[in-house]
Design a protein around this ligand. Structure first.
Ligand code: HEM
Length: 408
């Protein structure tokens, strides 16, 4: 930040889904923020916003920045956020720094492997088809409820080894927890619901862990219990926290990638037609979906010393909000960023964050999105958008639809 900041630059609640204009089109507002300067001060939310692709990319990869909210200075976004989160539980690695973060990440990487994800491929196809069997004979369908929501939940629940009969509870617990855990403005009612969900969920997982300690199974919970890195293992609390993280981080986001991606195909019929004619574009189309309307619009870091960030001097403990949505629309990187173009070449994006915290679930999310979209197009050849006012979820930093009504 150099010189006084233009007071018309949107900040604070204007950059959350609580602002109807932002809900309708966050990317135009995020453009304004990005073009106003490399670093924008957001005093209301106690943070500095960085939005240009090169800056965001460099900060994501900067190993001298932290995420643990206990390191955030009084009155900053991460500190306020922390004060509103549950504090009596083992923190998940999402909010821990090295050496704890590296230790937990090394262990989970031993269990949640590319091979274990790839092994799910045939079953992911089956799950997609089973969900669409249930849609047969209907004229209009809410694609979120019928497909995008249950699909990733069933996949991760099956990987973990959760009894199918318990999967509805699973989804409710994670939805309720995410609604409060990732929303610094959550109401008392939402927080209470999350607390109850958290307790039920913990009790359920403790039982599942004990059962597998007594009799190992061929599932991810057992793999986590047995994961070893140089003689180090997870303890039960850490396994519990990791399972909760995998569920929460995986469910909402992949649901939203599928929902936003299908919405963008349906509102750009030339692109839908192109994908039907050229299925070889599927993987590229998913990357464009991540760039164009990724499920996570902001990530964050905290300074741990006095230093310059994107050319701006900063004190220790400051919150840096990384506008992933803004970076993905940076015209310095992409031509016509507001165009949804599934054949776009060299798609770079930061939808999965970066550096040592790069999304652990990215390979699973990509696989699910590719199979999900492919199956939807194959099984529903006449798919069209129904007349509707789109309604968006209101958890800040996330971008996802409440409903997507389609004619099938
Ligand atoms: C389209 C879907 C997804 C998106 C857009 C997404 C996005 C992200 C982002 C932005 C981060 C933060 C990275 C950073 O700040 O550098 C992250 C971290 C993480 N994600 Fe994802 N994610 C998705 C799906 C998943 C899935 C399916 C899982 C697991 C089943 C998962 C597990 C995680 C975990 C464990 C972390 C924390 C990594 C760490 O702290 O080392 N995500 N994700």
């Amino acid at each position: 930040m150099t010189g006084p900041q233009d007071p018309t630059v949107p900040t604070g609640l204007a950059l959350t889904p609580r602002n109807p204009e932002y809900q309708k089109d966050p990317f135009t507002l995020l453009d304004e923020v990005r073009e106003a300067g490399r670093v924008i001060h957001d005093p209301l939310l106690g943070r500095y916003i960085v939005s240009r692709y090169d800056d965001v990319h460099a900060i994501l990869n900067d190993r001298d920045l932290a995420v643990d909210p206990r390191k955030a200075a009084e009155g900053t976004f991460n500190q306020i956020f922390r004060a509103r989160r549950e504090e009596n539980r083992t923190p998940s690695m999402l909010f821990l720094d090295p050496p704890d973060h590296d230790r937990l990440r090394a262990l989970v990487t031993k269990a949640f492997t590319p091979r274990s994800i790839e092994a799910m491929r045939p079953r992911i196809h089956e799950i997609a088809n089973e969900l669409l069997d249930a849609v047969e004979g209907q004229e209009t369908v809410d694609l979120m409820a019928a497909f995008c929501q249950p699909f990733p939940t069933i996949v991760i629940a099956e990987m973990l080894g959760v009894d199918p009969a318990d999967q509805a509870d699973f989804k409710r617990w994670t939805d309720d927890s995410v609604a409060a855990g990732f929303d610094p403005f959550a109401s008392e009612g939402t927080k209470k619901k999350a607390e109850i969900a958290g307790e039920q969920f913990q009790a359920y997982l403790r039982k599942a862990i004990a059962e597998r300690r007594a009799a190992p199974r061929a599932d991810l919970i057992t793999a986590l219990l047995h994961a070893e890195d140089n003689g180090d293992f997870f303890n039960d609390d850490e396994v519990l926290s990791m399972i909760s993280l995998l569920l929460a981080a995986g469910n909402v986001t992949t649901t939203d990638l599928l929902g936003n991606g299908m919405k963008n195909l349906l509102t750009n019929p030339d692109q839908l037609q192109l994908l039907r004619e050229r299925p070889d574009l599927l993987a590229n189309a998913v990357e464009e979906m991540l760039r164009y309307e990724g499920p996570v619009t902001f990530s964050g870091r905290i300074t741990v010393d006095e230093r310059e960030i994107a050319g701006c001097p900063m004190h220790t403990g400051q919150s840096i909000a990384l506008s992933l949505g803004g970076a993905n629309y940076d015209p310095r990187l992409h031509k016509d960023p507001h165009k949804f173009d599934i054949a776009r070449e060299d798609i770079d994006h930061v939808a999965f964050g970066g550096g040592r915290r790069y999304c652990l679930g990215a390979p699973l999310a990509r696989l699910e999105a590719q199979i999900g979209i492919e199956t939807l197009l194959k099984r529903l050849p006449n798919l069209r958008m129904a007349e509707q006012e789109l309604r968006w979820k209101t958890v800040p930093a996330f971008r996802g639809l409440e409903q997507l009504i389609v004619e099938v």
